[in-house]
Design a binder for this molecule. Sequence first.
Ligand SMILES: *[C@@H]1O[C@H](CO)[C@@H](O)[C@H](O)[C@H]1NC(C)=O
Ligand SMILES: *[C@@H]1O[C@H](CO)[C@@H](O)[C@H](O)[C@H]1NC(C)=O
Ligand SMILES: *[C@@H]1O[C@H](CO)[C@@H](O)[C@H](O)[C@H]1NC(C)=O
Ligand SMILES: *[C@@H]1O[C@H](CO)[C@@H](O)[C@H](O)[C@H]1NC(C)=O
Length: 392
Amino acid sequence: MARPSIYLIALAVIAPYLYDRYVALSGMLANRPGSFQNLNKFESHEIKFQDQLRNCEDVLLEEGMGIAFLSCNPGRDRWNTVMGTLMPPSTVLDGKDSAHIWIYDYSTPNLPESQALKPLLLSDYNNAADFHPLGIEFDAVTSTLYVINHSRYSGNIIEVFQVSVQDAIATHVQTLKHPLIRTPNSIHSLGAGRLLVTNDHYIGAVTSPFLSKVEAFSGAPGGSVIYTDIRNSSHTKTLAHVPFANGIAMLNSTVVSVASSSKPGIYFYAFNAENPSMKFKKYIRTPAGADNLSVDSNGKLLIAGHPFAPALMKVSSDRAMCDMEGTEEQKRACECTAPSWVAEWSEAGGLNPLYKDSGVEFCSSSTFARDVGRGVGIVTGLYERGLLVVRN
Ligand SMILES: *[C@@H]1O[C@H](CO)[C@@H](O)[C@H](O)[C@H]1NC(C)=O
Ligand SMILES: *[C@@H]1O[C@H](CO)[C@@H](O)[C@H](O)[C@H]1NC(C)=O
Ligand SMILES: *[C@@H]1O[C@H](CO)[C@@H](O)[C@H](O)[C@H]1NC(C)=O
Ligand SMILES: *[C@@H]1O[C@H](CO)[C@@H](O)[C@H](O)[C@H]1NC(C)=O
């Protein structure tokens, strides 16, 4: 066969793929610095706890108790297995900079800040220095807290704690490690110890920072959704493959939604709980790399994400040098300039963007959760100080 026709066939084979990458990249380019348009549809908003909280990825609302769990990890500056920042830990491990799960009472009016926010004390747990929390999930029925721990020394594991909210104590009960849970990012609890877990990559950054990035940029479906049961881990199995799978949430008892950060959008699956399995239903594209998902009590899907991936990657790599007491250059490395994007989605209403910010007001949004009854919403920022607390 003549050379040109081989190229033509090759082009025909990869054209749909190129088109897909083109659409993803042009969406991202529309969000580049300079052409980015801010948006704010919330009734009011404020940034809280700027001096107490940093690098919070996750927020989880427990509406029954009017509290939020927050997973915050200042150490992500130097150790981020998802983005591939793999520096030795800082030698100054003061208490202020260590990772914590926090309980935030957002429902009691006029509570002083010092009482509204409490760190959860981890008990029977002697590895606090190697604690790198990412996704968290709470099963209110059994008061069980699941925490993904990107540990430096024992790899990626899921820690199980029994929580007393009253005393702000989490007692360690179990550690789950399984070969299929390679790069865990987010957890959805199905109750009674059964979990859906996303793996963000097939090739984790600890294995190869370079290949891990290639995987993310190509949009290859290297991430996955895993079913597991903490009472019997032999039931662990892979349910679906998703490019850079990130947040996971159930719209209702039969529909699972999974965020993809590299093929920016949401994948929807029909879920069979009897014999855990997932069947692809549809995909919707989002104008930002979708990070985490949650579902509010009206059944709306809440999405936070990253409109311009290169800005987030720059913050992530600069942070390795961040030192507030250091040189001008080291101080500049502590800045957060990645834009934010927050939206809601429903079958009837489609995708409705609620908040877009260039990163000046609130940077690197990663999770949005909302208490519909009380009209309160909380947005976390992966590399930001404090929380964005909104009313609507
Ligand atoms: C994280 O993993 C390390 C290593 O296994 C363990 O010692 C530590 O207790 C874990 N932390 C949490 C909070 O899960
Ligand atoms: C995303 O948010 C949900 C619910 O708010 C939480 O359970 C989950 O752990 C979060 N995951 C990550 C990776 O932030
Ligand atoms: C775990 O599940 C397997 C397969 O269903 C079963 O054979 C085994 O007995 C179970 N183990 C425990 C400890 O329940
Ligand atoms: C679950 O949500 C989907 C998508 O919004 C909807 O089509 C379906 O009817 C819902 N199922 C139930 C049982 O509510």
